[in-house]
Design a protein around this ligand. Structure first.
Ligand code: GLC
Length: 609
């Protein structure tokens, strides 16, 4: 064809007509609806067209395909960042960086630490996600590992070691569902539970967060916890669970911690792959089988390598061999932990199979690193698309994109009586009778009962770590029932109950028929609980000795996250009860102590007397 044609008048008229034939559509795109208003500039006609990814009648796969097809690289990278809420300096950054997830770490509470304060804070953050071009809702994550423990007024259930002692998956399912109900009614949609670590060293500060030392128990109870959590539905909104910490956290060696403050937590385990699979990976297969939405990789190392950068563990085994279809989240700062080059660390973790990085501080650095890695091929577009697809799939599956009118929230649910009764039942089922010469159960008509010990009248101590604060709290200011109050409630009017913290009853006439010492560990969390020799404090031992001087028989109730070494003393005590960390409903201890219910708990870990 003669080249001069392309500059001819005929050709130019042809091009102009062609352009006019293509309707020029102006989208008026509102992110909060399922429909978009489409206006044809040529004839001025407007009509609504559905936005597939917002249409809940379509399949998740169809909605995913539509949404992924609309996203920019920056929007995809934003979905891979998990930021702790105190690091959001300007909430507009949520839209600016297209952030996909926020977390309240231990103690990450709003100024008003009430259910209403939490709902207000979370919904405020969520409102900023709706100002983004595509309006992709935020995951908001929290540690709710023994109830919605950060919130004052929430029901505090027994920590998992106590649930492990119960060995009851139906109970665990109920506890998890009640926890999810309290969490969801404060606007939160993702919890970092269950802890499915298999605890092998009782000196570890996280034994109480696990279901114990038996991989089968960890798997069965962890799966029940996931089913309970993900079964709750609040007006179409569900809560995603996170099975953690994948993998081998409970097998680290004493003295291998990287942090100078810890001894074993976040340490290194030198075990074979066979042992890793048989003991530590096995429970997670049960989590995958019940459809857990997320798996959190730990801060620990295996044969010197960070598990969060281990492609064999995360991609080859968890995703491909075990068939995990959800998303993998790294643990707190874990991508960078102990890394000299944070760019390389980011590349290694994402290529290993981490889908969301719990940064949790610097989202700008992460965004820059990811753009750089994509640009120079260190991370493939396919890896980013796989990660984002997994994340968004979970968001669709828990209903984040679907209608949820504000009136579904019921703040009265948080700490409600039915949940407290359930927690009391869980306390009953968690108690393990370590020794008894016939002293328990105690008659409610026992004429004189003396009570002593640091954990008798202290809800903070009976709750343990991850309660309002990361390291727990001290005192009786949380709603609930202390073990002492439970004893007073259970004893009949014919019985006189006296309490003295140190067991000093010198001023009282005569011996008590029964002395009850409630003693145990101060609250702690994570590596701060690493202890070379977990034992009772001198004060607690003194309160027991004093009590014994003033009592015909004594019962020792131990409040702890793990076994304590009581071998030198156990022979002098008539009965010994392991109560673990029972939480807010101390009445459950008296229910069994006075015989209304039988002891049902069995040891979830070895405890030598
Ligand atoms: C912590 C813990 C992890 C927790 C996370 C968020 O470091 O290792 O169990 O879920 O950070 O608080």
């Amino acid at each position: 064809m003669d080249p001069s044609f392309f500059s001819s008048k005929s050709f130019l008229i042809f091009v102009a007509c062609s352009l006019l034939m293509v309707p020029v559509l102006v989208y008026v795109f509102r992110t909060d609806s399922k429909y978009v208003e489409v206006c044809d500039e040529n004839n001025g006609e407007c009509y609504s067209a559905s936005i597939p990814y917002r249409d809940s009648k379509l399949s998740v796969e169809e909605r995913l395909d539509d949404l992924m097809g609309r996203m920019t690289i920056a929007e995809k990278i934003g979905q891979m960042a998990l930021i702790e809420k105190n690091s959001i300096k300007d909430p507009d950054d949520i839209a600016k960086y297209g952030l996909g997830a926020l977390v309240s770490g231990g103690g990450g509470k709003p100024a008003d630490n009430s259910p209403a304060g939490w709902l207000g804070m979370v919904n405020d953050f969520q409102s900023y996600s709706q100002k983004t071009r595509l309006g992709i809702p935020l995951f908001y994550g929290i540690d709710a590992n023994h109830g919605h423990g950060n919130v004052i007024g929430a029901t505090i259930f027994p920590h998992s070691i106590g649930l492990g002692a119960s060995g009851d998956p139906d109970l665990v399912r109920e506890v998890a569902k009640a926890t999810a109900e309290e969490v969801a009614n404060t606007g939160i949609n993702w919890i970092y539970s269950p802890d499915m670590d298999v605890a092998l060293d009782m000196r570890w500060g996280r034994v109480y967060e696990t279901f114990g030392s038996d991989p089968e128990v960890a798997g069965v109870l962890g799966a029940a916890y996931i089913e309970g959590t993900q079964s709750f539905d609040l007006g179409g909104q569900k809560v995603a669970a996170a099975a953690k910490h994948y993998v081998g956290n409970g097998s680290t060696k004493w003295g291998s911690a990287m942090s100078k403050d810890y001894f074993i937590d976040q340490g290194d385990s030198d075990i074979s792959e066979e042992e890793m699979r048989r003991i530590h990976i096995a429970p997670f297969q049960k989590a995958v089988d019940v459809g857990v939405k997320s798996v959190m990789v730990g801060l620990n190392r295996w044969n010197g390598e960070k598990v969060s950068a281990d492609k064999h563990l995360i991609t080859d085994i968890l995703k491909e061999e075990m068939g995990f279809q959800g998303f993998v989240v790294s643990d707190w700062y874990g991508v960078y932990d102990k890394e000299s080059d944070r760019y390389d660390a980011t590349v290694r973790a994402i290529n290993a199979g981490v889908d969301i990085a719990m940064l949790p501080y610097n989202y700008k650095y992460f965004s820059d690193s990811m753009h750089k890695a994509l640009a120079n091929g260190d991370i493939s577009q396919a890896r980013v698309d796989d990660a984002v697809r997994r994340i968004l799939k979970a968001k669709f599956e828990i209903g984040l994109f679907d209608e949820n009118t504000a009136d579904v929230y019921d703040l009265e649910v948080v700490g409600c009586e039915p949940h407290r009764e359930l927690a009391r039942k869980a306390v009953r089922q968690s108690l393990v009778l370590l020794k008894n010469n016939g002293t328990v159960p105690i008659s409610k008509n026992t004429p004189k009962i003396f009570v002593s010990g640091s954990a008798a009248d202290n809800i903070g101590k009976q709750s343990g770590g991850w309660t309002v604060e990361w390291q727990g709290v001290d005192g009786n200011w949380l709603p609930g029932t202390t073990i002492l109050q439970g004893i007073k409630n259970a004893a009949s009017p014919a019985s006189k109950v006296e309490y003295n913290l140190s067991g000093d009853f010198d001023s009282l006439e005569g011996l008590a028929d029964i002395g009850i010492a409630v003693v145990g560990e101060e609250p702690y969390a994570e590596g701060w609980g690493d202890n070379p020799n977990p034992i009772l404090s001198a004060e607690d031992l003194e309160s027991i000795a004093n009590l014994k001087k003033h009592s015909k028989k004594i019962v020792v109730i131990i409040i702890s996250g793990r076994p304590l070494d009581i071998k030198p003393y156990a022979k002098d005590w008539d009965a010994i009860i392991a109560a673990w960390l029972p939480g807010s409903e101390g009445q459950g201890v008296a229910d069994v102590l006075f015989g209304d219910y039988a002891f049902m708990g069995t040891l979830p870990v070895e405890w030598e007397l």
